[in-house]
Ligand binder design. Structure first.
Ligand SMILES: [Zn+2]
Length: 218
């Protein structure tokens, strides 16, 4: 499944009242802000990120509060957005999950998101040059910063500094993928020991489940 489909699957489970089309129409960064909120409420406030120093291969762990990342996401900017660059005016909207799933390449994505483009004489511009495209990508990133998260890293072993891109959708999916079997194991232990139904075990807070599990180990 593409990462965008996985993101929509998680959000669909968390927001059963929301029509799936509405989630697919969220700009990618705002979708990811929701994913971060979902993972904070389920898994806790901080993201534990593991990486390796590209200079010395030291294994590093980074703790990033999800709230800090979400704070980088501005309130919904009214769309469509506008860019003026060297006499070209572009009216555009931000890429959504639907765009990512339907577009086959970066050009296709751009074509979907550019609503209108004209030069200083008001003539339509069919082919945006390289510079305008770059400016457009920059403008999109600024309007929807969570769509591409750069984490500044410093190696504790050698002092090397670099930045890693955090793909929020893939990261959160991997966390849930690891978490689901652990939760099922907890359900299995509690259901076996107490005869409780799965839905009742799942309805408990993680804290309460943890307390019972400790009692089983005592
Ligand atoms: Zn290093």
């Amino acid at each position: 499944m593409p990462a965008a489909s996985r993101a929509l699957l998680l959000l669909g489970a968390a927001h059963p009242d929301e029509p799936p089309g509405a989630l697919a129409a969220l700009p990618v960064g705002r979708r990811d802000a929701r994913l971060l909120r979902l993972r904070e409420r389920t898994l806790g406030p901080a993201l534990e990120i593991e990486t390796r120093c590209p200079a010395c291969d030291e294994r590093l762990e980074l703790t990033v509060p999800g709230a800090d990342l979400r704070a980088a996401s501005p309130a919904a900017a009214p769309e469509p957005l506008r860019l003026d660059h060297n006499g070209t005016t572009v009216t555009f909207r931000l890429p959504t999950s639907r765009d990512l799933l339907d577009a086959t390449d970066a050009d296709g994505l751009l074509r979907r998101c550019v609503l209108e483009a004209h030069d200083s004489n008001g003539e339509p511009v069919a082919d945006l040059g390289h510079e305008v495209r770059a400016a457009l990508a920059q403008a999109m990133a600024e309007a929807d910063p969570l769509a591409e998260v750069d984490l500044a890293m410093t190696c504790v072993a050698c002092g090397h500094e670099w930045s890693d891109v955090l793909d929020v959708a893939s990261f959160v999916w991997a966390e849930f993928e690891a978490w689901a079997p652990r939760l099922l194991r907890d359900v299995h232990r509690l259901a076996s020991a107490y005869g409780w139904a799965e839905r009742d075990v799942l309805a408990m807070s993680a804290w309460r489940r943890g307390q019972y599990l400790q009692l089983l180990d005592a």
